[in-house]
Design a binder for this molecule. Structure first.
Ligand code: ARG
Length: 457
């Protein structure tokens, strides 16, 4: 039977089911790299302040490095009886180097140890996510630049509203994703704070040097209060909240990709590499990737709710409840990273059906606002201009034609101020070119926005 590292005060063995029920090693072993990193830094700090000798430190560090290799090579035997990643590694260390291994936990608790491990893990993962997110935004900017003049109908209420460009549309997604990037970077600052030294909850009686450990681990700051350091998981909640927002954006974007790739819209074609077929309908090419990303958004929302709920009723300081922080956090990281990666790969391969987009932009009287603006420039108050154009549109619907198909005589029946030059402003190109201000849809503005975005990345 495996001996418990905390067995001293117990008479009876742990119930077999309870042992499995309380163990976290099946999922927290994934933190091993950070656990070892934290332990090495802790041992070096203890040596620096004279609690461990140089020889002891070398034995511990070498032992931990060997354990790292054993784990990497799949030769490490994880034991449920040893509960979690921390006790598994510590136990193995003592097995390898003897009594010296038992000194590693001096001035430390699993409470500050686990909080440190998660922060180190999340700091790295945030950086990886940032890389994928940057790759996606860059891909969107590249397509937007290429499609800066590609006409597409802009929608409100999913009804054709005004012409815009595909480039301008994609840049809207870039703005949202850039805010997500900023949120993650902001969160990273608070993740990058070291709990180690808090020990179980109140600190430790050894002459520790927390700044020394923090420097070794690359932490920007150290937790100022030991109770806070071991109890709160707000950094994980904050990360998951930022992830939930990002997923919400990806989900909305997915919805558009699904619509656009339908036969009814036919605005884009996704590359075959990102779609699958149907086992019964031979004609089908399904946009699985956007659909799955849209679907996966739900689980990240769920994780956010889990973590908030996990935290809400815990008295200070550490409670075992916190062991439940890992799976939601890990799955949030995996889900987000996967979604970003597949999107960053898929976007450059999107085939844009420019003719279809242009044709759709032509439908639905999308230049009606331009006609109203034209009348305003001729001195008609906007509300009256709106009314006049509304009547002209109704006439077009009745006779079944577009605004630019009306003769000048018919136009003048609606307003004598309408002239031959009306036909220029009714063109799609005229409409987008007119919106020539910062944030507007004019191709020149889209190009300028692309330049600014590249420097903001
Ligand atoms: N496996 C635990 C967790 O994930 C480690 C900390 C346990 N601390 C304790 N005193 N039982 O939170």
């Amino acid at each position: 039977m495996t001996e418990k590292l905390w067995g001293g005060r117990f008479n009876a063995p742990t119930d077999a089911f309870v042992e499995a029920f309380t163990a976290s090693v099946s999922f927290d072993q994934r933190l091993y790299e950070y656990d070892i990193m934290g332990s090495i830094a802790h041992a070096r700090m203890l040596t620096h302040v004279g609690v461990l000798t140089e020889t002891e430190c070398t034995q511990i560090v070498d032992g931990l490095k060997e354990i790292q290799q054993e784990i990497l090579q799949g030769e490490f035997n994880w034991e449920v009886a040893l509960e979690d990643v921390h006790l598994n590694i510590e136990s193995r260390l003592t097995q390898k180097i003897g009594t010296v291994g038992k000194k590693l936990h001096t001035g430390r608790s699993r409470n500050d140890q686990v909080a440190t491990d998660i922060r180190l893990y999340l700091r790295d993962e945030t950086d990886l996510i940032n890389t994928e997110l940057t790759r996606l935004i860059t891909a969107l900017i590249d397509v937007a630049e290429r499609e800066a003049s590609t006409l597409i109908p802009g929608f409100t209420h999913l009804q054709s509203a005004q012409p815009t460009t595909f480039g301008h549309h994609l840049l809207a997604w870039c703005e949202m994703l850039l805010r997500d990037k900023a949120r993650l970077q902001d969160c990273r600052q608070r993740v990058n704070c070291m709990p180690l030294g808090a020990a179980a909850l109140a600190g430790t009686s050894y002459p520790i040097d927390r700044y020394y450990t923090a420097k070794l681990l690359g932490f920007e700051t150290i937790a100022e209060n030991s109770l806070d350091a071991v109890s709160d998981r707000d950094f994980a909640i904050e990360f998951t909240a930022a992830a939930a927002l990002l997923m919400m954006h990806l989900s909305r974007f997915s919805e558009e990709l699904v619509l656009w790739s339908s036969a009814q819209f036919n605005f884009i074609e996704l590359s075959d590499a990102f779609c699958t077929g149907s086992s019964i309908m031979p004609q089908k090419k399904n946009p699985d990737v956007p659909e799955l990303v849209r679907g996966k958004t739900g689980r990240v929302y769920g994780h956010l709710t889990s973590l908030l709920t996990l935290m809400k009723s815990q008295p200070l300081a550490y409670n075992k409840d916190n062991q439940e922080d890992k799976e939601p956090l890990f799955d949030t990281v995996d889900t987000l990273k996967g979604c970003l990666r597949v999107y960053a790969d898929m976007i450059p391969a999107i085939q844009v059906q420019r003719e279809q987009m242009r044709e759709a932009a032509q439908r639905g009287f999308t230049t009606a606002t331009d006609l109203a603006d034209y009348l305003v420039r001729k001195g008609v108050p906007f509300r009256d201009a709106h009314e006049i154009v509304g009547k002209a549109v109704r006439h077009c619907i009745e006779v079944g034609c577009d605004l630019d198909a009306l003769s000048l005589a018919v136009f003048q029946g609606f307003s004598p101020l309408i002239d031959e030059d009306v036909y220029d402003i009714l063109t799609l190109e005229g409409s987008i070119a007119a919106r020539d201000h910062i944030g507007g849809t004019a191709p020149s503005q889209v190009h300028a926005a692309v330049q600014r975005l590249r420097t903001r990345l």
